[in-house]
Design a protein around this ligand. Sequence first.
Ligand SMILES: *Cc1c(COP(=O)(O)O)cnc(C)c1O
Length: 293
Amino acid sequence: MLNYFETPVIEILDKAAEKAGVKILIKREDLNHLYASDNKWWKLKYNLQEAKRLGHDTLLTFGGAFSNHIFATAVAGKELGLKSIGIIRGEKVLPLNHTLAFAENCGMQMHFISREDYRRKTEQPFIDQLKEKFGEFYLIPEGGTNAFAIRGCAEFAKEKIWPIGCTHVCLPVGTGGTLAGIVSGLRGETKVIGFSVLKDGSFLREEIKSQLVFFIGSNWEIQTDYHFGGYAKQTSVLTEFMINMKQQYDLPLDHVYTGKMMFGIFDLIKKGYFEKGSVILVIHTGGLQGSDR
Ligand SMILES: *Cc1c(COP(=O)(O)O)cnc(C)c1O
């Protein structure tokens, strides 16, 4: 098992929120591990258990050059004594950026492939080729999303969110695996709002429905207007907002996920989306390793 540190819930005292009569709480899940501090901890938990159960000594996964999932998998491999292989999208650029240099230091073996090849990452012939090259491995998909990841995120919801007694849970959404798990774990008792960080996030609605393995509820939605131009794109408005959050509330955010979500939450508050008396629990999903370095 990876180390896990219990994470605090902090309240943000904001004028706009006070005016709207809503309470903002932040679950600082970015502090759950010294390095692999993410929602990726929960997504990896049962994958690592399964890899062990099947007797694997090597993890293999996929990601881009700034991937939090690559970072977390490399840390997990080192901590648990498993070999790790990262199949990285695009050409190798030297010096390696912070994410990849750290992963390499953890012992991850990195293999760079073209964008065309990368698109084949879920095709069996391509995976067979990887097996020929690297030998047997436990495969974790891009972003870590699979049934084991969803099970881990459902557990997170049951153990760490549900007891807080909030009316809304907010989190950023990439593949939707974390949201699917959290919705499953909460069993419809709390409204879950996901903020898509992808440009056209509307496809996520169907995708997530197909991932809700334990519980098919309808008490969740995806906000698609806060992507700021698409995955990892940044604007000066977003940057300024994040600087402000850090200065005013000592809240560090990243520009890929949590910054966009937080911007969206404040925008919705201003637009009167949340009823008076709402208690919003914001999941800080981490991702700080990829920011500002
Ligand atoms: C990966 C990641 C997400 C998105 O999780 P999904 O399960 O892919 O939706 C959100 N926030 C951070 C910080 C992440 O690293």
